[in-house]
Write a protein that binds this ligand. Structure first.
Ligand SMILES: *Cc1c(COP(=O)(O)O)cnc(C)c1O
Length: 422
């Protein structure tokens, strides 16, 4: 593996950008590596600044379910580009985007577009608080919902990767109304919600940010029942799972209807777009109809709307999710078999095309159990895989993503690399 250019770029980056990166996990610190500076992507592959080729299992952390530089997405962006990049006035493409999204995720009776998942969750919580007139919110230990102050408490993803329990700079006041429960612990939620003063529970219906953790049978149903009973707004954070674990997200896969949904990543087609939406009576509390303020200069950006609309349209074609399930199973089963042969304690958690190989005997059902993983061993595995041309998420507490651009041969190559890396 050659590293000459990347090293030089990294040195320049560190002089101006904290840690050399614009989002912390990219720094690859927890796995004892330097960041991979990417020069280009095509389909299932990326090339770094030194010309090394990798099979990519990050897919920009989820958005690229169609693979890199997908022709139809590029053509769509080019067409939209010719008409102008932003107007700060409404456009028809935003309406088409909303129609498509609401059609795919019917619980989103009304939607508003934003530019990042962080904005979506932050806005949904403000709305839930405005709607209920209550302050307290519940989130899961190790659940990640972006970096808004009130959600940076016991957060997963980069915070888990770096071992940061909360974050410096979050004032006590911003965090004091956030209550933490273990994921998959229904009695803990019941006890809190039955007090009648909880505005919302925000939950990843399939956790992806503590590594992948599936909801236990009955857990999501239980959350739905208890929140409905006490007027707590149930928010599914489907920023990662939307259009990933099923076309209509985890709520389609597990057949649960939340009050509000936050969604992002895939719906931008690789450009910055996200959205929140849900029950019309709640959404109508948003400005300009209601008293809850929320806004964005680039919200509903026409390029992002066009790319996202096209991505949703492509994903709606027949056979898509069967293919993703097949590829995910091939990878998950292959990795598990290779680890077993090598005598490595492991468990593979997988839902559709997202999965995590934990270096722990399992079962992994929440953040406590996820933390029993051997992160040092994961670091070695990450570096070995990188050196064999496979780009994994650089953290034990992240999910890997398979895309429609991966071939069976790509998956077999990944498994072969893993067999040698264990
Ligand atoms: C990625 C993610 C977010 C944050 O989205 P950004 O676009 O990075 O701000 C929020 N919630 C979940 C579940 C995510 O996976």
């Amino acid at each position: 593996m050659s590293t000459h250019n990347s090293q030089a770029i990294f040195e320049r980056a560190k002089a101006l950008i904290p840690g050399g990166v614009n989002s912390p996990v990219r720094a690859c610190r927890s796995v004892g590596a330097d960041p991979v500076f990417v020069a280009q992507g095509d389909g299932a592959y990326i090339w770094d600044a030194d010309g090394n080729k990798y099979i990519d299992l990050i897919g920009s952390w989820g958005p690229l379910i169609l693979g890199h530089a997908h022709r139809e997405i590029l053509d769509t962006i080019k067409e939209a580009l010719a008409l102008g990049t932003t107007f700060g006035a409404p456009t028809e493409i935003e309406v088409k985007f909303a129609e498509k999204l609401s059609g795919a995720v019917p619980s989103m009776e009304m939607v508003r577009a934003v530019s990042s998942g962080t904005e979506a969750t932050m806005s949904a919580l403000r709305l839930a608080r405005g709607f209920t007139g209550r302050a307290k919110i519940i989130k899961a230990d190790g659940g990640y919902h972006g970096h808004a102050d009130c959600l940076l408490v016991a957060a997963g993803s980069g915070a888990a990767t770096l071992g940061i329990p909360g974050s410096a700079g979050v004032p006590e006041g911003a965090a004091k109304d956030t209550i933490i429960v273990p994921f998959n612990d229904l009695p803990a939620v019941e006890k809190l919600v039955s007090g009648g003063d909880i505005a919302a529970i925000i939950i990843e219906p399939v956790c992806g940010n503590m590594g992948l953790v599936e909801p236990a049978p009955g857990y999501l149903e239980g959350l739905r029942a208890i929140t409905a009973k006490f007027g707590t707004v149930l928010i599914f954070d489907e920023v990662m799972t939307g259009f990933r674990v099923a076309y209509g997200g985890a709520q389609e896969r597990y057949r649960i209807k939340p009050d509000l949904t936050t969604i992002g990543k895939i719906i931008g087609g690789g450009l910055p777009a996200a959205a929140f939406g849900g029950r019309a009576d709640i959404m109508q509390k948003l400005a300009p109809l209601g008293p809850v303020y929320q806004a964005g200069t680039l919200s509903g950006n026409p390029l992002a709307m066009a790319a996202g609309l096209k991505a949703m349209e492509i994903l709606g074609r027949p056979g898509t999710y069967e293919r993703l399930e097949h590829l995910g199973a091939r990878l998950g089963d292959g990795l598990a078999a290779a680890a077993k042969t090598a005598g490595v304690p492991h468990v593979v958690n997988r839902v559709g095309s997202m999965l995590t190989l934990f270096f722990a005997p399992g079962p992994i059902t929440d953040y406590e159990s996820a933390k029993t993983s051997d992160t040092k061993r994961f670091g070695t595995f990450f570096r070995n895989m990188r050196d064999r041309g496979v780009f994994l998420p650089p953290s034990q507490f992240e999910a890997a993503f398979v895309s429609l651009a991966h071939s069976d041969e790509d998956i077999d190559q990944i498994v072969a690399a893993a067999t040698r890396s264990f």
